[in-house]
Design a protein around this ligand. Structure first.
Ligand code: NAP
Length: 275
């Protein structure tokens, strides 16, 4: 079985660079997909309170036969629950739903200007101190907001999960996160299936003999990000895992890295973005 590269996660620990996304799958479809992913070798599962599939993910994890301590489990608290007591309550409920007694990573799922960040990150600090979560992080934070949160120094923010794929290469944000020791998880790493429509991605895929989805994921790993593709079918789940078995040569990496597009897929009225 291919072994997945890990990135260091502050204050200590590591995160597998390739994970499995679970947005927009629930019920049996979710349980089957997560179970298949674990069979194939994935050990990093990404969910969120807002996805409404905690019970399904929990069921798949506990019946998979894979020991809990071999799995890296991320979930997120949505932006309307960032007050101290709400955040703690969501964490406790999430643990029950996911049938576990700790989370590897707990993310703030979109910022909220109505809640002081001090309140949110003190609650995160408490959860770390009492062992309910191993790491905390954020999602959809701009560089400016992330820097403000880091300055509070109330909990070690170790990850920023943002939309990142070859059609939205957020180099500036990534560089700032790297400088601050914050890992970056690329969500929608396949641009929700649209990577295959890009001519450069198609050309690179053709030259290296892989699929557009595979070269997109491989490029993200070589760039130093964590990628969490979602897939429903075993064929997609396996094919995405196979990116651990090849590397893009420098010229092909460069071709992917210089795609000049800025196609953002996930945006809504409360969102704020870099660039
Ligand atoms: P994605 O992973 O970029 O794309 C998923 C789509 O690509 C599905 O339609 C899937 O089809 C298809 N696909 C998967 N593997 C493929 C392959 N090898 N070849 C061709 N098509 C393939 O999109 P996403 O679900 O938006 O993002 C991934 C994860 O990121 C989410 O599931 C979630 O965990 C996370 N996320 C987080 C946020 C946030 O705000 N923090 C926002 C969005 C997403 P099938 O399902 O038919 O296999």
């Amino acid at each position: 079985m291919s072994s997945v590269p890990q990135l260091p996660l502050k204050p200590e620990g590591t995160i597998p660079q390739l994970g499995f996304g679970t947005w927009q799958i629930q019920g049996d479809a979710c349980q089957n997909a997560v179970r298949t992913a674990l069979e194939v070798g994935y050990r990093h599962i990404d969910t969120a309170d807002a996805y409404g599939n905690h019970e399904d993910v929990g069921e798949a994890l506990t019946t998979s036969g894979v020991p809990r301590d071999r799995i890296f489990l991320t979930t997120k608290v949505f932006r309307d629950n960032l007050r101290h007591d709400s955040l703690i309550g969501v964490c406790e409920r999430s643990l029950k739903e996911l049938q576990t007694d700790y989370l590897d990573l707990f993310l703030v799922h979109w910022p909220n200007n109505d809640v002081p960040m001090e309140e949110t990150f003190s609650a995160m600090g408490e959860l770390i101190a009492n062992g309910k979560i191993r790491h905390c992080g954020v999602s959809n934070f701009t560089a400016k907001r992330l820097e403000k949160a880091l300055k509070l120094d109330l909990a070690p923010i170790s990850n920023n999960q943002v939309e990142y794929h070859p059609l939205l290469n957020q180099k500036r944000l990534f560089k700032i996160c790297q400088k601050k020791g914050v890992t970056v998880t690329a969500y929608s790493p396949l641009a929700q299936g649209k990577v295959g429509e890009n001519a450069t991605v198609q050309a690179v895929a053709g030259r290296v003999g892989k699929s557009p989805a595979q070269v997109a994921l491989r490029w993200l790993l070589q760039r130093g990000l964590i990628a969490i593709p979602k897939a429903s079918s075993r064929a997609h789940i396996e094919s995405n895992w196979e990116v651990l078995d090849f590397a893009l040569p420098p010229g092909e990496y460069e071709a992917m890295d210089t795609i000049n597009e800025w196609q953002r897929l996930i945006a809504w009225d409360v969102a704020e973005f870099d660039d």
